[in-house]
Write a protein that binds this ligand. Structure first.
Ligand code: MGD
Ligand code: MGD
Ligand code: SF4
Ligand code: MO
Length: 681
């Protein structure tokens, strides 16, 4: 397996490890033992050789002189950034000694792992680490920061993460990008839509911000934040009222269409226009378009579910393709996430059976601040890997107060001295994905891919799998589960998975083919994994779980008439990936500066000109951004882009302003449901 890494020069296949739906196939060019160029692999059936600028500039990150190459121990105050080099032996022994002591004095739940998908590799993100923390008996982390609300909402309607095959979307005649900034965040869906467009498809974008995706659309529909479910319900209203629904499909494959037909009568265009800010004639035009053009495809984004009502919003939009029978059309339907098709054997990979006490407390990662400041019994030790919560988690000021606690023993494993690492007692250097063996399953396309090490580990860095193997040894965990090699882990994940879509795909297939497609079949005719086996327009399960059983518009939680006149949407940007790349000069230069998009009428009223430095604040915190005044957002809405580095009190920490309330479903995040005030700085 090590053979690529040992070859000084050549071109080697690889996979992009970033948390991005496209999961591109890569070709890594090496010269004299170092990566000199990264490009797309033209042999990848979906990504076809095209990759984003972020990853074309990836070498700047891999060989960034700021990259960590040995373990560090803190010698200054937390947050100050004073560290001293130590050996791996000392680092591992220190952690094991502290944890043994904590387990004795306060129990294993005083230890909290905090991780996300900084590396999407399944071994990196959820294998040895899970085994280790299960065996340890640590508190469990609810990994809800990204798509939890929408995934749950979609599941209520469709039974799981099953949608259209993106490769089929070239056949669509109408493509709706709904709350997704696809030009930046799912570029190959845009490439596929371009193909469809050449065959006459129209592209509609529904967003609160006319960003690059809105500018690319044939028709951009601006909408007020958190009101998309009202719009979707009004589309249903028109579809039923004007007999544009597919009655046969509704009868055969859905439950509750009669109830829904009655229920949506109340969502009249005039009322919904007042809620959404979308003119009546546009709502009706969109509904008729959706009722008449076929195949139609909806790409449901992550943006619109980062709201108080995000789960219900996605649940509602997910009902639309059923009304017009789109699931029977090649390229028709919707994608929220397609992870269901590539579901492997998680039990075997993560080994929850190693946990003696299955009741260990669950801590929602969106409420890290509270977890560190208020939980009783307290969290005494935090182990952060593949995530940068000091920047990405909401209520960032609370998070930093928590991280600053003197009695909290914090370890951070990362490639860089991130803002979170600045608060660590110990910092461990992580390999990049190009240094690891791993396997990848996309949450958008249907391919599973193998990653083999292309270069040797940078300095003394170690992979996540290796770190947890070392920790297991130091803790005295002698189960075989902690000895398994990477190859064995992959084999375990791909066996006994009971997923028909993965049948016949094993380690050998991956080695031979590099990219292997799941055996996907159209969803219909067929049975969905919902309780009824059908698309649940009316969901008894939701009713039992305390939700309205029919799709419903629920307004956002913060009052519109308070001290804060604007909805604040701090979205990701084009050249970073969440906070990843925010420390690379090249990527920062491309992005220039953190802007705040504002409507010209609002700006005029507040005496703000384009390019002014503005203070943005609410009761949670403040930051300073640069006003971008124009017509790209509706009045009453301000939008920033990017999770900018915030090392030195640069006041660019947009999450200082975001709420840590949980969304309606799945314990999801509500980054985009907060309100702020804005004034010239
Ligand atoms: N370049 C780049 N690519 C990325 C990322 C990145 O940071 N940078 N992040 C990756 C990750 S982890 C994820 S989860 C995905 C996220 O990618 P997307 O699914 O595109 O989600 P966001 O970019 O968060 O938001 C999408 C859009 O939702 C809009 N929006 C916000 N609120 C609402 C609303 O109430 N209604 C509507 N209609 N629109 C709304 C925002 O203005 C934004 O344009 O991208 C991945 N890819
Ligand atoms: N305001 C606002 N906040 C948001 C969002 C938003 O749209 N707006 N989006 C949210 C979303 S959707 C998400 S998914 C989260 C993402 O939040 P995070 O998952 O924290 O994502 P990143 O900021 O990219 O940080 C990933 C870190 O993992 C490190 N890393 C990469 N590979 C490895 C590895 O193999 N091992 C180890 N140990 N470390 C590694 C990287 O160096 C980087 O520091 O942010 C959320 N925060
Ligand atoms: S970040 Fe996304 S678009 Fe860019 S190379 Fe990786 S998978 Fe492809
Ligand atoms: Mo995400």
């Amino acid at each position: 397996m090590e053979h690529y890494a040992n070859q000084p020069s050549g071109v080697f296949p690889s996979v992009c490890s970033l948390d991005c739906p496209d999961q591109c196939g890569l070709l890594v060019h090496k010269k004299d033992g170092k990566i000199v160029k990264i490009e797309g692999d033209p042999n990848h059936p979906v990504t076809r050789g095209a990759i984003c600028n972020k990853v074309r500039n990836m070498t700047a990150r891999i060989y960034d002189p700021k990259r960590l190459s040995y373990p560090l121990k803190r010698v200054g105050v937390k947050g100050e950034g004073k560290f001293e080099r130590i050996s791996w032996d000392e680092a591992i022994e220190t952690i094991a000694a502290r944890w043994k002591e904590l387990i004795r004095s306060e129990g294993p739940e005083s230890i909290l792992p905090y991780s996300f998908y900084g590396n999407m590799g399944r071994l990196s993100a959820e294998s040895m680490d899970r085994r280790f923390f299960h065996r340890l008996g640590a508190s469990r982390l609810e990994q809800t920061i990204c798509n939890a609300a929408g995934t749950k909402g979609y599941e209520y309607t469709m039974g799981g993460s099953f949608g259209t095959d993106p490769e089929d979307t070239i056949h669509a005649k109408l493509i709706i990008m709904w709350g997704i900034n696809a030009v930046s965040t799912n570029m190959h869906q845009v490439a596929l839509a371009e193909k469809a467009r050449k065959n006459g498809a129209q592209v509609v974008v529904i967003d609160v911000h006319k960003n690059q995706t809105g500018r690319w659309a044939d028709w951009f529909i601006p909408i007020m934040p958190g009101t998309d479910s009202a719009l979707a319900l009004c589309i249903m209203h028109v579809l039923f009222a004007e007999n544009m629904v597919d009655e046969d499909f509704l009868r055969q494959y859905t439950v509750g269409h009669e109830e829904l037909r009655e229920h949506v009568k109340r969502y009249e265009p005039a009322a919904v226009s007042a809620i959404t800010g979308v003119p009546v004639e546009d709502i009706v035009r969109l509904a008729r378009m959706y009722g008449q053009v076929s195949p139609s495809f909806i790409r449901i984004g992550n943006g619109l579910q980062h709201h108080d009502n995000g789960g219900m919003c996605v649940r509602t939009i997910a009902c639309l393709p059923a009304l017009t029978g789109q699931w029977l059309k090649k390229g028709g339907g919707a994608i929220k996430g397609n992870g269901g098709y590539l579901r492997f054997n998680k039990q075997a990979l993560q080994r929850p059976d190693l946990r003696a006490d299955n009741q260990a407390r669950l801590i929602n990662m969106n409420q890290l601040g509270d977890a560190l400041l208020e939980l009783d019994p307290p969290v005494r030790s935090l182990f952060v890997y593949s995530s940068n919560p000091a920047v990405v988690a909401p209520e960032a000021n609370k998070v930093r107060r928590g991280l600053a606690r003197d009695d909290l023993f914090t370890v951070v494993h990362d490639m860089f001295l991130t803002e979170t690492a600045m608060y660590a007692d110990l910092v461990l250097p992580a390999t990049s994905s190009f240094e690891n063996t791993d396997f990848y399953t996309s949450y958008w396309h249907h391919y599973i891919q193998l990653q083999r090490p292309v270069i040797p580990p940078y300095g003394e860095s170690r992979s996540n799998v290796e770190v947890f193997r070392l920790l297991a040894k130091a803790m005295g965990f002698d189960e075989q589960a902690f000895q398994d090699t990477e190859e064995e882990l992959i084999r375990q994940a791909l066996s006994n998975h009971r997923n028909p879509y993965l049948e016949g795909i094993d380690y050998e297939t991956l080695v031979e083919k590099q990219y292997v497609k799941a055996n996907v079949k159209p969803l219909f005719p067929g049975r969905l994994p919902t309780p009824s086996g059908k698309i649940e327009l009316y969901s008894e399960r939701m009713e039992r779980e305390g939700y309205p059983p029919l799709p419903t518009y629920v307004p956002l939680a913060e009052a519109e008439d308070g001290d804060y006149p604007y909805w604040f949407i701090p979205a990701p940007n084009h050249n970073f990936l969440n906070s990843t790349f925010s420390h690379q000069d090249k990527h920062v230069q491309l992005e220039k500066m953190p802007r705040l998009h504002m409507n010209a009428a609002d700006a005029a009223r507040a005496g703000i000109n384009n390019g002014d430095k503005v203070r943005v604040w609410n009761e949670r915190g403040e930051c300073e951004l640069v006003a971008a005044v124009g017509e790209n957002v509706l009045p009453g809405v301000v939008v920033s882009q990017g999770l900018w580095a915030d090392m030195t009190g640069t006041k660019r920490l947009v999450n200082a302003l975001t709420p840590d309330r949980l969304a309606d479903m799945g314990g999801g995040a509500t980054f985009f449901s907060g309100r702020v005030n804005v004034a010239k700085a």
